[in-house]
Write a protein that binds this ligand. Structure first.
Ligand code: IMP
Length: 191
């Protein structure tokens, strides 16, 4: 798989250090609070596994599978929930754990949805924040890295369901998705 990677942005050690720092901040901020970590599948599964273990609190973990669509420039959009939480969030402190924020549409809709269910608070912990003009405002209380506007894979992030198991985060060579774009079933991301 390494031959498909243009360059490694964050290696395993660097990711480990940053995730530990983020976890330490979360531990400090959520003392005496009933914290529910909500992982957005599939992309967050590696980050969530490491982040949860770096939080020294009795957290609960649940997962959602969501997708969103809408215009990149308008503030409205539609959230589709393919797998919902198995517990109610009313009165609970929810921390959404996401792999990457790009336009911000998915996270802004998801945070709004969880707030409307009566959560005591809804915050976001994101592994990567892309340095792009964001069409949908999302406040990321915790973010491990600010990254360039490139297509990234590894540490949970995929291209066409591949590369999630890379222990580092790298930039995918454009020829990989340009080649796949010729195939009728090519997909940008499996979330
Ligand atoms: P947004 O709604 O535009 O913020 O899209 C965020 C979602 O798009 C993420 O959860 C990923 O599934 C996907 N995504 C955006 N950028 C990348 C990338 O560079 N690599 C892999 N997936 C990405």
């Amino acid at each position: 798989m390494r031959q498909d990677i243009e360059s490694i942005l964050y290696d395993a050690e660097c990711i480990h250090d940053r995730v530990l720092q983020v976890g330490t901040r979360i531990t400090r901020d959520y003392q005496d609070k009933d914290l529910l970590l909500v992982g957005v599948l599939k992309g967050s599964f590696v980050f969530l596994a490491d982040l949860a273990r770096s939080i020294d609190l009795p957290v609960e973990v649940d997962f959602m599978v969501v997708s969103s669509y809408g215009s990149g420039t308008e503030s409205s959009g539609v959230l589709t929930i393919a797998k919902d939480l198995s517990v109610p969030v009313e009165g609970r402190h929810v921390l959404i754990v996401e792999d990457i924020v790009d336009s911000g549409l998915t996270l802004s809709l998801l945070a709004e949805d969880l707030r409307s269910r009566g959560a005591a608070s809804v915050q976001v912990a994101v592994l990567l924040e892309k340095d792009v003009p964001r069409s949908h405002q999302v406040e990321c209380a915790y973010s491990a890295f600010h990254c360039p506007d490139a297509f990234l894979v590894g540490y949970g992030l995929d291209y066409a369901e591949r590369y999630r198991n890379l222990p580092y985060i790298g930039i995918l060579k454009p020829e990989v998705y340009e080649d796949r774009a010729q195939c009728p079933d090519a997909r940008q991301s499996g979330r």
